[in-house]
Design a binder for this molecule. Structure first.
Ligand SMILES: O=C(O)CCC(=O)C(=O)O
Length: 260
């Protein structure tokens, strides 16, 4: 993380991580928008204070325990050895929990999405990503919703850390990959698939590019274009690593019947 932090520090005179209140400062908003335009993902931004995130976590504790489900869509290749517990998700919890919809439709998040997408936005979907100790990697992917046939569309995601997401289990991005859709055959590359089989770790991506690991503390957030190639390593820590992602799209974007 040190190299990435240095890169951001050089690019911006604000200390890291920047605080969401400072977004009233248009200059900072511009920096975040520029991060995403250039690299596909942003520097870490603090959304909630420690007290606020502790309170949110205690309000969510039972809900997460009772509603999380083992997911599998992100996994094309199982490792032949090593721990490989599923990743748990909860989709669109904001629809039934007004406290969550208030959080994800927070004006600061909407302001960033509006600036990045250059027009009015709407919240499209949310997902809790819950990695208990031993939960597997999320393989390298672009959020193009292949199964739903949604393809490439303008979007901005805010992934808010509920727990510590350290360099070894946070989101990893390959910068500058958000401007085109990667051919699915790239993910079938023999040496990449062999790496996936050999070990439960997240291998190097199947294309050339700079990998940046955006470590976050509870209450911090990374913004990204879903088309920026991303993934996350297995959770080898003794603690849960959970995050809540809110996905924004242009207000008038029509997904047809499937995308709601
Ligand atoms: O939380 C993770 O590990 C994966 C998140 C992700 O792929 C996403 O939000 O699109």
């Amino acid at each position: 993380m040190a190299a990435e932090a240095d890169h951001f520090r050089r690019a911006c005179r604000f200390p890291l991580p920047v605080r969401i209140e400072n977004l009233k400062n248009m200059e900072l908003l511009e920096h975040i928008a520029e991060d995403i335009a250039v690299n596909g993902f942003s520097r870490p931004v603090r959304i909630f204070s420690e007290r606020e995130i502790d309170e949110l976590n205690s309000n969510l504790e039972e809900f997460l325990k009772n509603n999380k489900r083992a997911d599998s869509w992100y996994s094309a290749v199982d490792p032949e050895q090593g721990e490989n517990k599923p990743v748990d998700t909860i989709y669109n919890a904001h629809v039934c929990r007004p406290d969550l919809s208030e959080i994800v439709e927070n004006q600061h998040l909407v302001d960033i999405a509006t600036r990045v997408l250059q027009g009015n936005v709407r919240l499209w979907r949310t997902t809790f990503w819950i990695k208990e100790p031993g939960a597997r990697r999320v393989e390298w992917h672009q959020d193009t919703y292949k199964d739903e046939g949604l393809g490439s569309f303008p979007n901005v995601n805010s992934w808010i850390a509920l727990d510590y997401a350290n360099e070894d289990n946070c989101l990893w991005f390959v910068g500058k990959t958000h401007s085109e859709i990667i051919d699915l055959n790239v993910f079938k590359d023999e040496s990449y698939v062999n790496d996936l089989k050999k070990s439960p770790d997240l291998p190097m991506p199947p294309l050339t590019g700079k990998v940046t690991k955006v470590a976050l503390k509870p209450g911090e957030c990374v913004f990204f274009d879903g088309r920026c190639l991303h993934g996350s390593p297995p959770n080898k820590t003794m603690n849960r690593r959970a995050g809540l992602v809110a996905r924004f799209v242009p207000e008038g974007h029509d997904f047809g019947r499937k995308g709601f």
